[in-house]
Design a protein around this ligand. Structure first.
Ligand code: ATP
Length: 513
């Protein structure tokens, strides 16, 4: 299946089966804002639980907090967001569409990469097994020419971004003859800086209302509380603080479904370390976070690191964990060594001493910080894309199955009476009542059993049990496995024990320690 099609199908599937709806749907939606439906909220909660437990439960030196979305506006001045949380935007005068100048140029660089890849793929086909990719890339004139253009553009782009040179960004767009995908023209405006923070007013205007921001990241809530937590929790460095919460960014280009939203959720952990030890911890967290992703079982080839060449002003190292989405490898998580930038800035702006006293060294210092930051929604999208599968089954029909890791599946077990009579629904209800305390069960009696299995496949339910007439006599049910579609008779009394470990988040957590 073409990857473009996969993405369209995932979006449609999310709506059809109650995972994700456009926000304000009956009013035709609101740009880049989405709601999670009855299945989506379960999957999302499972992702959050998996993250939270992997941080807070598995590490006795990490604790959680839940800070407010509104914070003192000076926090955003200190963190640099008021002055520097900008994206360069450019408009096409004909289509009136707005773009991020940096994204237009990055897409152009990706086009050169694609051209190179096409040449390589053609040659690989021609030469068969004897093909030497490295040799080909180093000697083929077409590839060398494209690579030279690509590298020159990349270099020019990096310099322009580092110098925040907006005129140069526009000039690159002009020189590369980049056209608007909608109008097809190159009638571009100037490039302007656009601050991504949403603001509102707190207090009535008569009182002299204060301009406040909706937080664009959860991290600052951790920084300004780090000493409260350290002192009240008697934490000793190294220690971490984890938080899950909403963040808001007025994104310029908001396409690609829940990949880039204006209201989204983050799971962030800030790890406070002694100055000089940050690189060691950076490597540690980089490895641990990749392990967390891989433990879900989608295959190691779905992930890669992307080390940042251009570092944010506060960082001395940064890596993204990228996931193979249908539209290419994309960032799902960032791991950043943020130095002592944020804490030093807050110390300066609040005018109070917020240093940590290290009892072992008998000295005070401003800790260095390693951050792991992952978007819940982006993680959700990656899971949906990787799980979405279409298979041809033995009767020639196509079945759509969400091969979700059982630990993340919204429903763990469907309990289905074969027919809606003869005491079978009552027996099925009995099983539900027994098992619902252990994991999420779902009861359904409408439609043929085949149709009900398909519905459960489509929402990713790993197991179904069918209650038939025989069940009333021997207390056995038919247990069906989502992925293999194998069915076997099992005793009702054994169900909990058989399934609990397979569907629990603990089973994945165990892979991490
Ligand atoms: P991008 O380069 O894609 O804009 P970013 O580098 O600005 O992302 P961070 O500020 O490092 O992202 O945020 C950490 C994580 O939060 C990202 O890896 C991503 O998963 C998530 N995230 C950031 N912005 C959005 C958004 N607009 N919608 C959904 N998730 C987001």
């Amino acid at each position: 299946m073409a990857q473009d099609d996969v993405f369209k199908k995932v979006v449609a599937h999310c709506k059809e089966y109650g995972f994700v709806f456009p926000s304000s749907d009956i009013y035709d939606g609101l740009g880049a804002v989405y709601d999670y439906g009855q299945m989506g909220v379960e999957l999302k909660n499972n992702i959050k639980t998996y993250w939270w437990q992997s941080m807070v439960l598995l590490h006795d030196n990490i604790v959680g907090i839940d800070s407010a979305i509104f914070m003192h506006p000076t926090i955003w001045k200190a963190s640099g967001h008021v002055d520097a949380f900008n994206d360069p935007l450019i408009d096409n005068r004909d289509s009136k569409k707005r773009y991020r100048a940096d994204v237009l140029i990055e897409e152009q660089i990706a086009k050169y990469d694609e051209k190179i890849e096409k040449e390589v793929a053609k040659a690989a086909k021609r030469f068969g097994e004897s093909f030497d990719r490295e040799m080909f890339c180093q000697t083929n004139p077409k590839v060398l020419a494209e690579k030279a253009k690509r590298d020159a553009l990349h270099e020019r782009f990096s310099v322009a971004m580092n110098n925040v040179d907006l005129e140069e960004l526009r000039q690159i767009i002009v020189d590369e003859e980049i056209a608007c995908p909608i109008s097809g023209t190159r009638n571009w405006t100037e490039v302007r800086q656009f601050n991504l923070m949403f603001s509102t007013e707190m207090g009535s205007t008569a009182d002299g209302a204060m301009k406040v921001y909706l937080r664009p990241e959860t991290a600052q809530g951790i920084f300004v509380n780090y000493l409260n937590v350290q002192k009240t929790g008697r934490m000793r460095i190294p220690f971490g603080i984890a938080q899950i919460g909403k963040a808001f960014r007025n994104e310029i280009v908001a396409r690609q479904f829940i990949f880039r939203m204006r209201e989204f959720e983050q799971m962030e952990m800030q790890f406070f370390v002694q100055p000089g030890k940050e690189m060691e911890w950076f490597e540690h967290w980089k490895a641990f976070r990749l392990k967390w992703h891989k433990a879900l079982g989608f295959g190691d080839a779905m992930y890669r690191y992307h080390d940042h060449e251009k570092l944010a002003h506060y960082a001395n190292a940064a890596t993204d964990i990228e996931f193979k989405m249908p539209f290419g490898f994309k960032e799902v998580e960032g791991i950043h060594s943020r130095t002592n930038f944020d804490l030093s800035q807050h110390e300066k702006y609040c005018g109070k001493n917020i240093k940590y006293f290290d009892p072992e060294l008998n000295e005070s210092y401003t800790p260095y910080v390693i951050e792991t930051s992952i978007g819940v929604d982006r993680m959700f999208l990656s899971v949906m894309c990787a799980a979405y599968t279409e298979e041809t089954v033995s009767n020639g029909e196509t079945r759509v199955v969400l091969k979700l890791p059982a630990a993340l599946a919204p429903v763990k077990l469907a309990v289905l009476p074969l027919v809606k009579k003869d005491g079978l629904p009552e027996k099925a209800r009995e099983i539900m009542n027994e098992l619902k305390f252990s994991f999420n069960c779902y009861y359904e009696e409408k439609d043929s059993i085949g149709k009900r299995y398909r519905r459960m496949d489509a929402i990713g339910t790993p197991y179904c049990v069918t209650v038939d007439h025989q069940t009333l006599e021997d207390n056995m049910v038919t247990l069906r496995d989502r992925d293999t579609m194998e069915q076997k008779r099992v005793a009702i009394a054994d169900l909990r024990e058989m399934l609990q470990d397979k569907v629990s988040i603990t089973s994945v957590l165990k892979k991490l320690s």
